[in-house]
Design a protein around this ligand. Structure first.
Ligand code: FES
Length: 85
């Protein structure tokens, strides 16, 4: 299962995998790591920051592990097809 991770705006990234598309904040809530360069685990549905390896649930943004205290802001969960807002 392949995933897509791309910058949509300065503040937003798109994470697409397994029929799910999520718009999330582009900078890690810990210390601003650029999540465009993160690791996406398609099995656990988590994204891991490249700086200090905090991982976040892609569906609800909750911190799953690592030093981050604040959740990742999820701006939208979109259907598989259709235009980005
Ligand atoms: S900046 Fe992302 S975990 Fe520290």
């Amino acid at each position: 299962m392949a995933h897509v991770l791309r910058q949509v705006t300065e503040d937003l990234i798109l994470i697409a995998m397994g029929g799910r598309r999520v718009l999330a904040q582009a900078d890690c809530p810990h210390r601003g790591g650029r999540l465009l360069f993160s690791h996406v685990n398609e099995r656990t549905l988590r994204i891991s920051c490249p700086l200090h390896l905090s991982s976040f649930d892609i569906v609800d943004g909750k911190v799953a592990s690592g030093p981050a205290c604040d959740p990742l802001r999820i701006h939208a969960v979109l259907p598989e097809e259709g235009e980005l807002p």
